[in-house]
Design a binder for this molecule. Sequence first.
Ligand SMILES: Nc1ncnc2c1ncn2[C@@H]1O[C@H](COP(=O)(O)OP(=O)(O)OP(=O)(O)O)[C@@H](O)[C@H]1O
Ligand SMILES: [Mg+2]
Length: 489
Amino acid sequence: MDAPSLLDQPVTLAEILDQDSLQRVCMTFARVYRTGLSVLDTRGHMLVDIPAEHALCRRVRALPQGADICSTVADELAELTRIEDTGDFEENSSPFIDPVGGDPQSVLTSHHCICGLSYEVLPIEQQGVVLGRLVYGPYRRAGTDALDARLAERTGAAAAEGLAAAEAELLKMPEQSAEDAAHAVRSIGEVLSVIVQTGYARHLTSQIHIAAIQDAYNELQEKNRRLNDSLDKLKELDKLKSNFLATVSHELRTPLTSVIGYSEMLLEGLAGKLNKEQRDYVQTIMDKGDQLLGIISEILDISKIESGAVQLLTEPVNVGELLTQVSDAMMPQARRKKIALTHRAEPGVPSIVADRSKARQILLNLLSNAIKFTPDGGHVEAIAAPTKLLSEGTAIPQAGVELRVIDSGVGVPEAVRERIFEAFYQVDNSSTRLFGGTGLGLSIVKHFVEAHGGQVWVEAGPDDEGSTFVVRLPLRPPAGRVVQRHMVG
Ligand SMILES: Nc1ncnc2c1ncn2[C@@H]1O[C@H](COP(=O)(O)OP(=O)(O)OP(=O)(O)O)[C@@H](O)[C@H]1O
Ligand SMILES: [Mg+2]
C-alpha cells in the first residue's frame, strides 16, 4: 500500500507552531485587551496559558471551595476545546454569535462561568481541519451586574461576606460588549491563522526534506548492501584466484627445477661433451628456465601474501653485510649492461631484527629493477643509513634503517609513483615493451616492508635523473607480525 501523501498526514498544533513566538504574540494581545488568553490543542493540551489576574478571581479563589471552583472552570474550558475522543463540543456552549465558514464547528462560541464572567472560544483551523481552540477571557460582558447565582449555591451561607466583596470587584471590572469581545477574538484568530499557515508551510517543507533525506538514505543503504554483496563475491573470487595461482605455481616449479637441473648436467658434460652450438642451446634453455622459475616464485610469494600466510622469522640482521651480499649477487647482471653498481653503508647503521630472506628479497627486487630500467652504461647505487621513522603504534619517531636504491634509469612518472607498488602494474604494459617481468616485484617489496612495520616509496633521482627507491625499516618489526624468533650466534 502506498504511504499517505504528506499533505494528508495529520498534524498537531504543537508540531507546527513555535511555542515561544506564540506565547509572545498572545501575551501582547492579552495586555492590549486586558484579558486572559489560552491556546489548546484538540487533546485539551494547553500550548499557551495567560491567566487574567482580575481582583474578582482572587476573591472567588478565597471563598470556601473557591480554589476548587476555579480549577473546575479551567478543566471545563479545556474540556470544551477538546474535540478528540468526545467530539461533543456543543454541550456547554451558548448560541452562535458570529458564524465564520460553513462548518458548524468553525464558529465562535460564548460561555459563561460560575462567577458570571464570559469566555469566547474560537477554533484554530488549517485547511478546514480544527487543530485547536483559542480561549478569550474571562471578561465582564456588558450588562452583567451580579455574580452568577450558582456561586452562592456552591459556597454556602457562610460565604456571604466574601461574595459581597467579590461582587463589588465584579462591578469595578470594565465592561465589554459581546460584539467587541467577538471582534477582538476574531482579530487575534486572524493573526493566529497566519502564524498557523506559516508554521504549517514550514512544517511541510521540513517534512519533505526529511522524506527526501530518508529516501536518499534508503537508496544508499540498498546500494551499500549491493556493494557489500559484490565485495564478498569479489573477495571469494580473489581467494580462488590466489589458491589457483599458488597451486599452479607450485606444480610448475617441480618439473622446472628438473629442466634446469638436467640442463646444468648437460652443460657440465655429464652426458658427454657438447659442441659449441649445443652448449649455446642448452645455456638458453637454462637461462629461460631460471627466468621462468623467478616468475613462478614471485607468483607464489604474492599468492601467499594475498592469502595472509606471510610469516616473519626474525633474527638479527647486519644491514651493511646484507647490502654487500645482495650487491655482489647482482654484479653479473650489472656488468652485462656495463652499469656501475656501487654500495655503501653510512657510519652508525644499526643492526636490525628482521626476516633475513625477506629483507634480502626487498633489496634484490629493488636492485634488479634499478639495473633492468637503467640503460647500458648508467649507474646504480645502494646506500644504507641510520634514520628515524614513525612506525605502527608509535607517536614519536623511532630509530631505524634507511635503504636508498638510486639509479640513472628511465625514471617513474610522478602520476604513477604509488601505482607501481600494485600487483601486476607496469608503467609500460604494451606488447612491445622493452623490459621483461610480471609487475609483481614491487608489490612483494611493499608487502614485506610493511610486514616489518616499515615504509617504501619512490622519488625522482638526484638532478631529476632516474629514480630513487627509499625503504625505511624499524629496529624490530611490530610484535604481532612475528611468528618465531631464532637467534644466530
Ligand atoms: N628503478 C625503476 N626505474 C623505472 N621504473 C621502474 C623502476 N622500478 C620499477 N619501475 C616501474 O614499476 C613497474 C613495476 O615494477 P615491478 O618490480 O613490480 O615489476 P616488473 O619489474 O615489471 O616485473 P617483476 O619485478 O615482476 O619481474 C615496472 O614495470 C616499471 O614500470
Ligand atoms: Mg621488478
